[in-house]
Write a protein that binds this ligand. Sequence first.
Ligand code: PLP
Length: 410
Amino acid sequence: MKQPAYDLASLRKEFPILAREVNGKPLVYLDNAATSQKPLAVIQAMDDYYRHTNANIHRGLHTLSQEATDAHELAREKVQGFINAASSKEVIFTRGTTESINLVAQSWGRANLKAGDQVMLSMMEHHANIVPWQMLREQLGIELVIIPILANGSLDMDAFFQLLTPKVKFLAITQVSNALGTVTSLAAIIPMAKALGIPVLVDGAQAIPHQAIDVQALDADFYVFSAHKMYGPTGIGVLYGKEALLEAMPPWQGGGDMIDVVTFEKTTYAKLPHKFEAGTPAIADAIGLGAAVDWMQRVGADAIGAWEHELLVYATAQMKAQLSGLRILGEAPNKVGVISFVLDGAHAQDIGLLTDQLGVALRTGHHCAMPVLHHLGVDATARVSFAAYNTLEEVDVFVAALKRVREMLI
Ligand code: PLP
């Protein structure tokens, strides 16, 4: 078994919450796909901002306002570097992945799609990348076309090639499935779509915590993610978009900060990125996201992903060896550290409640991906998902907890 490229014991000390107990047991936090824990660097950056700098940005001439504006815009530049965007104008702050996708659907979608046009999604999208397009279907009469998956949870690439007809005008696809852990083959998919002139949105919510992302190498037109899944705060996320596309798109929400000149007769809009950032933004959260970017760059996104892969391989092997009646949903060859599973005779909710009694935090339910679970014949699964700070010992505690659950329920 390989060791992490970083000092795991000292990295864990950076996360105060990992020292707490739950139900009298040390916390074993395995719900990282829902949200990750936050290192001191992020907590302190936000605390520091509120203690020393807090002011509204972009409008004030006073010192605090200028310092707050600088800190907010520095966070944008950090994100630009982190994803290798060509310009900080291409980094729009939103409330998260969900809001970013809604922005693209409502702004780009309404301006460019018409009845009968197809938007292509995959079977394993999160509801955040399904429902905004269904709303657009109701509004415009577009059609949705769904790329199916194979039994092991991989994308059905043959079906993708067949479905990719000239009727498809937009492709919105996840890079990693939150329910199955599958990594989609974007290196094959995006060039095919681009060859047909189809713009591509990549949902990177579950990818960016685990690997270095280069939006230019990926050639995605839009790339969206949430800070809270990559060690940053809730309430902020990113819409990356290619400048020419963003430039041509109408604003989505109107209000302060996104305008140039307002009269009752006519309003002109601010330049990118502010055109898409109406109202007072989540300033402290942007600064927290910037600190999370610094933290991930210090530890190394690829080093984090490599260690999580070790945890995935170890946990999968231990579960299979020690648990009868186990079914893992999603065993694609290319997976991140997510294991969705069911146990014969044990309802997912009971697994969640009983493992919580033993200090283990995992997620149960439909994981906001009902269509793919229904396709695989289940309503709910239990899911563990790993982060930089998880240990092999925690995997052992989790597997032992599951064995206890089996004994209690069966
Ligand atoms: N897309 C994927 C793949 C996700 O896993 C999630 C959250 O679980 C989302 C989108 C939605 O993210 P948020 O709730 O932060 O907007």
